[in-house]
Design a protein around this ligand. Structure first.
Ligand SMILES: Nc1ncnc2c1ncn2[C@@H]1O[C@H](COP(=O)(O)OP(=O)(O)OP(=O)(O)O)[C@@H](O)[C@H]1O
Length: 430
């Protein structure tokens, strides 16, 4: 038997308790890393509680013991039987990117909601304890000095996603996308990204292991991918970036099956290929995205991106969000920048003289519904793909957005970044 005294001082105890399934004893279920109990070094997972502040826990429910603990101020005295085999901590710290949001206060299954760590998709988490198959302990990268919190394990979060998915009304999944090889993404016909499992990624891993990556000056540049709703200014920003220094920045030359015009040069405006060649490229997964317009195929190939990168330049392309997963490879190491519209009231001012290309009109003024559609589409993109965005630029003032883009592109090449561990650890492409 051991007596343990902890001074609470309005902070949580930093431990959870449970009833042992076989013996019915109240035991310490887990000690939260960095919390009061952990820092004291006096409480361990598996310790059997006998008394709390002189009250026997025999026959009490865990909730009743928690109530006693919650009401205690100042010093808490535990009488306990120490666990015979203290867990040896041989865990390696792991960093992951959250691919889903998590709100502990809305999760009835969490052992202690107050000990939960809420997070949003895209946030980097430091996993400090995976001893429990269902509940891991983690900190946010943005607050590593804080005490850890409980998060659902990979397995558990996946199960939750699956349950949530089944509880939703059926919605047919369309992998149809708009495109911009010709005039505009807004006037496109059918266009497709290769549809990997990610496109139907309802059950994709909820956490992605990441590592810190610093590109060496001799390495290839990272591919820069711009994503945004039609009309937001992706093309304008890309054009301005390339025009600012064409020796440094370049776009990938698309492929097409349409006939070359007299003033065009093969490999400059497009790579002109036969339908058969184009289809072969699609089937051999060499297209990042492709589409059909007026009976001809258009697409951006991985080879075209590689050509730019091999010249030592920074390749800047725009992709529909469904194409992000295809571009996310060990070879291309894409840095994804989301171009976000500013508020509708701001756009009414800034887009007064701007022109949009629609299904029927080229160079048409933005109407109120175009701005609304842009805002709605941006929200959907963020909700579905926000976890992949390395940077978000609000395109309000064009000059400022261009300057931010330039700085983001250099940041991507020169500063250390969190990237998927498989890009670095594996020799194979992912
Ligand atoms: N910040 C801005 N302020 C004012 N006008 C802008 C701004 N950003 C873009 N524009 C203008 O808005 C129009 C649409 O931009 P852009 O063609 O780049 O859109 P997009 O995102 O590429 O969409 P799409 O592929 O449908 O054309 C263009 O006339 C462009 O000059």
């Amino acid at each position: 038997m051991r007596i343990v005294c902890l001074v609470k001082n309005n902070q949580p105890l930093g431990a959870t308790i449970k009833r042992h399934e076989i013996t019915g004893d109240i035991t310490v279920a887990r000690v939260i890393h960095g919390g009061l109990a952990d820092r004291s070094g006096l409480l361990y997972a598996g310790d059997k509680l006998v008394e709390v502040n002189g009250v026997s826990v025999d026959g009490l429910e865990p909730e009743q013991v928690i109530n006693i603990l919650a009401l205690s101020q100042g010093t808490i005295m535990f009488k306990l039987i120490p666990v015979s085999d203290r867990p040896v901590s041989n865990q390696t710290t792991l960093y992951v990117r959250a691919m889903a949001d998590y709100w502990p206060l809305q999760d009835p299954a969490i052992p202690c909601a107050d000990a939960g760590l809420p997070f949003k998709k895209g946030e980097i988490l430091q996993i400090v304890d995976q001893n429990d198959a269902l509940w891991w302990q983690a900190r946010k990268l943005s607050d590593l000095s804080a005490c850890a919190g409980l998060i659902p394990s990979n397995h558990l979060l996946k199960r939750k996603q699956r349950e949530f998915w089944w509880s939703q009304p059926f919605q047919p999944h369309l992998c149809l996308k708009l495109q911009n090889y010709l005039l505009s993404r807004a006037n496109q016909q059918s266009c497709y990204a290769r549809c990997p499992s990610s496109c139907c990624s309802t059950f994709a891993a909820p956490y992605e292991e990441v590592v810190r990556y610093q590109r060496h000056p001799g390495d290839r540049n990272r591919l820069i991918v711009l994503v945004g709703p039609a009309g937001v200014g992706v093309n304008e920003l890309r054009r301005r970036l390339i025009a600012s220094n064409p020796r440094e920045f370049q776009s990938a030359v698309p492929h097409t099956t349409r006939v070359q015009k007299s003033y065009e040069m093969n490999g400059r405006e497009y790579h002109y290929v036969s339908k058969e060649t184009f289809e072969n490229m699609v089937y051999s997964h060499r297209m990042l995205e492709y589409g059909e317009y007026k009976g001809y195929m258009y697409g951006t190939s991985i080879d075209a991106v590689r050509t730019v990168l091999d010249e030592g330049k920074i390749c800047v392309i725009d992709l529909e969000p469904h194409g992000i997963q295809i571009a996310r490879t060990h070879e291309l190491k894409p840095y994804i920048i989301f171009i976000k519209p500013s508020s509708i009231s701001c756009m009414r001012q800034t887009r007064k003289n701007a022109r949009i290309i629609t299904d029927y009109y080229v160079n048409m003024k933005f109407k109120e519904e175009d701005l609304q559609e842009m805002e709605d589409s941006a929200k959907k993109m963020e909700a579905q793909f926000g976890q992949f965005f390395d940077q978000v630029i609000v395109n309000d003032n064009l000059q400022e957005a261009s300057a931010q883009l330039l700085s983001a592109v250099h940041h991507a090449q020169d500063e250390p970044q969190w990237v998927p561990a498989v890009w670095i650890c594996s020799d194979t492409q992912t």
